[in-house]
Design a binder for this molecule. Structure first.
Ligand code: IDP
Ligand code: MG
Length: 134
């Protein structure tokens, strides 16, 4: 049990589809606290830093094209077990198999366009928050 901070982002598909309010609302209703928020259009350099662990993967060109395709909403959230709670509300990476009730399960069908990013560990959260909220 610990109060943590986590980095959550509504990806360009979520912004384009008008789901920012719904997604923020889900995290709020769950009990997390929104600390910082800003719109950001990610460029290639920022994408390569944020997704450093994925730059050599086969899907990276597709991910790069998607994540730079329009504005995103970057957010810092805090709360009890905020990293795990954020991931639980998002659902698994692939929306096609994400259960209903999760953000990805409710709104997506395609693995690349999966609406949200959330830090996968406390260390990732520290690294990602420093990138988007220096
Ligand atoms: P995560 O967002 O659930 O942590 P990661 O494995 O870290 O998932 O992948 C980062 C992002 O890259 C995913 O959210 C998704 O947008 C995209 N992605 C992951 N795997 C694939 C894939 O196999 N094909 C295409 N895009 C993918
Ligand atoms: Mg990840």
């Amino acid at each position: 049990m610990a109060i943590e901070r986590t980095f959550l982002m509504v990806k360009p598909d979520g912004v384009a589809r008008g789901l920012v309010g719904d997604i923020i609302s889900r995290f709020e209703r769950k009990g997390l606290t929104l600390e910082q928020v800003r719109m950001v259009t990610i460029d290639e350099e920022l994408a390569r830093r944020h997704y450093a662990e994925h730059v050599d993967k086969g899907f990276f060109p597709e991910l790069l094209s998607f994540i730079t395709s329009g504005p995103a909403v970057a957010m810092a959230w805090s709360g009890e077990s905020a990293v795990a709670v954020g991931r639980t509300l998002m659902g698994p990476t692939d929306p096609a198999v994400a259960p209903p009730g999760t953000i990805r399960g409710d709104y997506g069908t395609v693995v690349t366009q999966n609406l949200v990013h959330g830090s996968d560990s406390s260390d990732s959260a520290t690294r990602e928050l420093a990138i988007f909220f220096p």
